[in-house]
Design a protein around this ligand. Structure first.
Ligand code: FAD
Length: 339
């Protein structure tokens, strides 16, 4: 285990902004995690697990603690009767996991193709896209509890997956070490999402997991900014889920706003629609950072941007949404201030 000091974090994130980690370590085994946690305890340091850094904002002043990059990359398939269990180290690239699954004709995560990040980050965030969510294939996770110093297993029933959140996100003392997914050999392709329906009408083949993953990647390539345009962490904000009463008030003001019924009478509103059609914020900028013209949920940070510029822009957007709609929006991207 090699503990380093003052390691710049911007290159380890997709937004590419922010300062250094006072202490930094890459952990490749369970033993490395135990040793890193002992080191942090002995030196009174907060611990900050990091995957591929695709959903975090590192402050300009850096992180005063031990940033622990999770680097267990192993991926295995275990065949059972009608299903296959995929077991992956938390540091495995999510795209590698999707590729292995679709190459074996396994259904369950093909609609989640093209999402950056690691398996650990996927579990924490309960990633979702194109009508699928990570939580629906999750079987269990092996985790290390920083507080007790013990390895534990968290089953599906405990994992409390919901829209971009999970038990792991709520329990910051847990470091996800390895995840087991349940994938199936036969299933009806999940092409209920509008973009996929459209692709089907255009004659794009969507019969196998591989074909769906390819179609999803090509749809995503048209929506997300290219690397050269700057850093991004994907959707910076969550789509708000609001009460029926508030939705009725908003519908009176803005009759065209799309609304998607959720559990318990709640309504999900596409925030990108509000930012575009109600607030005209496409391309809205603060210094080097701006809301992406093609998809205003995405913040783009040009090379050389500061975290404070991102933070100020996000704050301004949230204030304008509240002033116009009384909706309090939440960030999907986490400001990395630790646990
Ligand atoms: C271009 C782009 C497109 C995106 N599209 C989507 C999308 O379609 N759908 C979607 O849901 N997300 C999307 N995202 C967001 C992001 O890819 C996911 O949230 C991803 O799962 C984050 O994984 P990560 O490894 O990068 O996590 P990080 O950003 O490194 O960390 C995120 C959080 O997880 C914690 N964490 C990471 N690993 C562990 C671990 N092993 N144990 C404990 N805690 C851990 C971190 O402490 C932090 O709190 C997109 C991002 C980008 C840049």
């Amino acid at each position: 285990m090699n503990i380093q000091k003052y390691v710049p974090l911007a290159p380890l994130t997709t937004l590419g902004v922010g300062g250094s980690a006072r202490f930094f370590v890459e952990v490749k085994t369970e033993k490395d995690i135990e040793e890193a946690v002992s080191y942090a305890r002995a030196h009174g340091l907060a611990i900050y697990p990091i995957g591929a850094g695709s959903n975090i904002l590192v402050p300009d002043e850096g992180v005063d603690g031990l940033v622990m990059k999770i680097a267990m990359h192993d991926i295995e398939l275990h065949d059972a009767a009608d299903e296959t269990f995929l077991i992956a180290g938390a540091g495995a690239r999510w795209e590698d996991v999707v590729n292995l699954a679709v190459e074996h004709g396994l259904y369950g995560i093909e609609n989640l193709a093209g999402i950056p990040g690691t398996v650990g980050g996927a579990a924490v965030q309960n990633i979702g896209a194109y009508g699928a969510e990570f939580g629906s294939v999750f079987e269990y996770a092996d985790v290390f509890n920083i507080l007790t110093g013990v390895f534990e297993r968290i089953a599906h029933t405990q994992a409390s997956f919901a829209y971009r959140t999970s038990f792991f996100k709520e329990h910051r003392e847990l470091v996800v070490v390895r995840v087991t997914l349940r994938l199936v050999k036969n299933a009806a392709p999940n092409i209920s999402y509008s973009d996929l329906k459209r692709a089907q009408l255009e004659g794009i083949p969507l019969a196998t997991p591989m074909q769906i993953a390819e179609a999803v990647r090509s749809i995503r390539a048209q929506k997300f900014p290219k690397n050269a345009e700057g850093g991004t962490a994907g959707s910076f904000f969550k789509n708000p889920i609001i009460t029926h009463e508030l939705a009725d008030d908003i519908a009176k003001l803005f009759p065209d706003v799309p609304m998607f019924p959720q559990k318990e009478g709640m309504i999900k509103i596409p925030l990108a629609w509000l930012l575009d059609h109600v607030l005209a914020l496409k391309g809205f900028s603060n210094g080097n950072v701006r809301l992406y013209e093609k998809h205003p949920l995405i913040i783009i940070a040009r090379s050389g941007s500061r975290a404070i510029e991102v933070d100020t822009l996000a704050h301004e957007v949230a204030q304008r949404v509240f002033a116009t709609t009384t909706i309090c929006i939440e960030r999907e991207v986490e400001t990395f201030s630790g646990r």
